[in-house]
Design a protein around this ligand. Structure first.
Ligand SMILES: N[C@@H](CCC(=O)N[C@@H](CS)C(=O)NCC(=O)O)C(=O)O
Length: 218
């Protein structure tokens, strides 16, 4: 069995999967996607049609999409964590995983990556809408998150893997603010989790590259 994981430590979706890999202590080869390792980028381009990462190669077979990678790990390389529990709790985990990816992570990325577009091609309307949608997502989470400690009760799941990097970076784009105490406390609990803290720390050296400018906190 060989697991090769292609990603970058400052990438939010990379961190989502790293949290699951590290929490389960699953052995894997980290294939860094950066200019010093162009050969890894070439392998990614071979399998990922849009060049999106992270990617897992399991004995050479590609697994794409972070949620599917974590499901694959649970099915084929299980560790102590049950990322998607059975039954109703599992359905809630899947829903919240989608919510964090589609409504927090994607809107955060929209605002961040627009800054990298060439002059004259910025999508001002789209960025403003994405920023507004982050606030809609925050309000929904404030009203609908349970009492924790994690997204779905006592167990740290796939939903928390998605929540940690998405809330970490989204708060840099649009602050969650004191008017959402439950969501703010959940973000703080996530960042205090030792595995999440490791993911944040490994991304720390790259903060100067955050296109909007990283705040001096976290
Ligand atoms: N839905 C995908 C999203 C992956 C994604 O957007 N990854 C970013 C890095 S955090 C990426 O590949 N960006 C490069 C690009 O958009 O060209 C997943 O869950 O794996």
């Amino acid at each position: 069995m060989s697991l090769e994981f292609f990603g970058h430590p400052f990438s939010s979706f990379t961190q989502k999967v790293l949290i699951a890999l590290w929490a389960d202590e699953t052995p894997f080869e980290y294939r860094m996607l950066d200019p010093d390792h162009s050969e890894n980028g070439e392998v990614l381009q071979r399998y990922s049609p849009f060049g999106l990462f992270p990617m897992l190669l399991d004995d050479g077979a590609p697994v794409l999409e972070t949620t599917c990678i974590i499901e694959h790990l649970q099915a084929h390389h299980p560790g102590p964590n049950r990322w998607i529990p059975d039954g109703e709790a599992g359905r809630r985990v899947r829903f919240l995983d989608r919510f964090f990816d589609l409504h927090v992570m994607d809107n955060m990325q929209k605002a961040v990556t627009d800054r990298l577009r060439p002059e004259g091609t910025h999508d001002t309307f789209g960025v403003e809408r994405a920023r507004q949608r982050l606030h809609v997502a925050y309000d929904w989470l404030e009203a609908n998150l349970g009492d924790g400690p994690w997204a779905v009760g006592e167990q740290f799941t796939l939903a928390d893997c998605a929540a940690a990097p998405s809330l970490f970076y989204a708060d840099w784009v649009e602050e969650i603010g004191p008017e959402r105490p439950k969501l703010g406390a959940y973000r703080a609990r996530l960042l205090a989790h030792p595995i999440v803290a490791r993911a944040v720390d490994e991304g720390r050296p790259y903060r100067a590259y955050f296109p909007l400018g990283a705040p001096d906190r976290d």
